[in-house]
Structures are given as structure tokens and as C-alpha cells.
Write a protein that binds this ligand. Sequence first.
Ligand code: GLU
Length: 426
Amino acid sequence: MTLVDSPEKQVSLHEQAVRQFHEAAEIMDLNPDYRAILAHPKNEVIVNFPVRMDTGEYRSFRGYRIQHNNLLGPYKGGIRFSPHVDLDEVKALATWMTWKSALCDVPFGGGKGGIAFDPREHSQSELERIVRRFTHALGSNIGPDHDIPAPDLGSNAQTMVWMMDTYANSTAAANRQSVKGVVTGKPIESGGSLGREKATGQGVLFSLQHWCDETNTDFSGLRVAIQGYGNVGSNVGRLFEVYGATIVSVADHTGAVIAPDGLSAFELADHVAETGGVVDFAGATNCSADDFWSADVDVLVPGALENQITLANVDQIQARVIVEAANGPTTPAAEEQFLAGGGEVLPDILVNAGGVVVSYFEWLQNKSAQPWTLDVVDNKLRDVLLGAADRTVVAKGNHGCSRRNAAYIVALEKLERVYDQRGIFP
Ligand code: GLU
């Protein structure tokens, strides 16, 4: 379990997520019964399953699927493959998914899953067996109208198609074609959506453009640092570059690079695809973590793991705005300090919701068996995210609170209205 800094004591990621929730619930005076329900996941599924390795030996894996809430629709959220995955982390991530969907008016609930292992240490055939065996172990805990996984850190479109195929083959023969929507983020040919791969990055772009309009800032004049250059970070880099921003520094698990006059996000993406990380990129200079955090930029985009911006580095940050492309990248104490210094934080549940929004579009396309064009996907995503950002700004004004609390309040007000209408069973 990762513990994060807090002025009083160290708290776990899930405790941190629950505290954020209570803070917003307090401001908007959320009904205490709903507050009690939403403070915990509804279901916590843990599976231990054996997988045959290429050597012929069997290894046991532990997988999770946390179903936080399904008031607004099926549980929804990614599957994370990383050695750090544990129950606490997946609970926090599942909780954040509920708020993301509610904030964006997407008819999904919140869920998250994962397996505690490093996918980089396995061959493709081992990975396939791990994914298929995990899907089988989850059994009817997932389903196209019940709980719908998607890619997250360490998983990808290939993971999803293995999950979909395994699920379909455990379904009655006559129903196999109708269960494609059991996962989203699939390859296009296997029922995926155009624009899903870049959707989170695209949403980060729309969120920052919205903030630029709100604050009369010229997007094309922005200097940017990005942490993480996987799916999210590399799409952020390339999209930001297309819209004229200058990418100054990028860090990932291999190290960091800096180019004070700007680097090519496209060439860096090619370098990462070839070498597995950002270090030794010819278009920039290798630099230290301190150089990365203190880079002379306007915008910092954490796009990797949680708890990256902490009391230990927040004072180094030169950026005016932190754009949370990752989930939970800023600890509460660091956020408080950054805001007190006049900085702005665009919160994760708004900024990185592009992934789940386009997952919803994929699910709709699967249900109707009708593909959408990329323009339709991008335009609808823009409408959804700008609408959510508008509602957040209004709530911020009404409650005189932080942008994160405002985004939570929009989500919680929606959930409260639906609980009021439906009541609590029985
Ligand atoms: N893993 C992504 C997230 O954290 C996408 C989830 C989804 O598409 O369901 O938001």
C-alpha cells in the first residue's frame, strides 16, 4: 500500500480519495445516507488464479475488480497491470471512476480492476494466458450491462480483445455476438471505436483549452512539462504540439529529458516506441528529476502514477497550472500548498475523463452495431467535456471552493438527485 504525505499523518490512497469525497460532501451538504453509501465500494472481488509460464511451471496471480457504485449505470473502469496494484489502490481508482462518469453525465457507475504484476516481465503468450485466466476467474462479475473493463496503466487494446474473446466464449453460443460491449478500448476491427486510443489525451487537450478560454490564456504560447510518456502522456504531447504548445521536458520510469527551446513530441514518441523510455532521446538532453520538476514551464501534466506531486517537490514547480492527466497525481497537502501559492489544479476526474467518455461511445456503437466517424467521436467528446468543465466553473463560483471540490460537487449533486428519485432499496 502506498502511503502519502499529509500534515497530520500518512494516509493510504483510498483514504485520500474518501477524504476528498467527504470534503466536497461537506461543502454541498450531501444527504448523510448517500454519503455513507458512497464512502465505500459496493463490491470487492479478489481472485487468485494459476497461470502456466513458458517454462511449464505454474505461477499464482492475484487479481481485483472493485465495483464502487452502479446507480447511474453499469460499473465502469480500467484494468491496471502493475507491481503496485493492491486492494487499496484499486478501491481509490474505482471511487474516482464513479465521480468521472457522474460529472460527465455518462450513464455508467464506477469500477476498477487490476493484477499485481509487471507485464514487461512476460512474453506475449504468458500475457495472453494471464489475461484470459483472469477474465475466466472474474466470470459473471463482469458483463456488458453489469461491469465493463477498459485499458489502464499496463494494459491495452490487445488485453481488451483477449478479455472480450474469453468472455464471449464462456457465453451461450447464440449470445456471443451481443457481448462485444463487455469491454471497451478494443482494437477497431474487433469492435473498438475510432478515437478511443487517444481519447484521454484528447480530453486533456479540451480541458486545458477550456481553462485557456476561461483565463484568457493563449494555448499556443504555453510551455509544458509532461510526466509519463505512455498512452496518455504521448498523446498529450503530440496533441499539444499540434495546437502550438512547446514541450520542454518529459519524464518517465527511465529518467527525464529537457530541451529549453522545445522538443518534438512525435519524434520522442517514436524514440519511446523503439527504446522503451525517454532517456537518450537525441532531440533533448538527459536531465535529473530535480531539473524536470523545476523546469521553466507554464503547464505541468502528470500523466503517470498517483502521488507524484508531493510536499517534497511541490515547491520546485514553476508551472502556473497542474493538469491532472493521471488519477490522483497530487497529494492533498501538495495541492493545498500549490493553490496557496496562486497555482491552479485542473482535477483528474474532469481532465482525464476523455477515456471513459469515448468508452461510452464505443459501448453505444457496439449496441447499435454502427461505427461512428472520428469527427463524430471527437466532436461529441468535446461537447461532453466542455459541458462538464462549464458545470465545474459554475459550481466553483456558487460554492466559492476549489476546482476539485467543484467537480466533485457537480458529480455528487447528480448522484443525489438520482438517489432522491429512486430511493434506497428496499
Ligand atoms: N482507465 C481509464 C480511466 O481511468 C479509462 C476507463 C474506461 O474507459 O472505462 O479513466
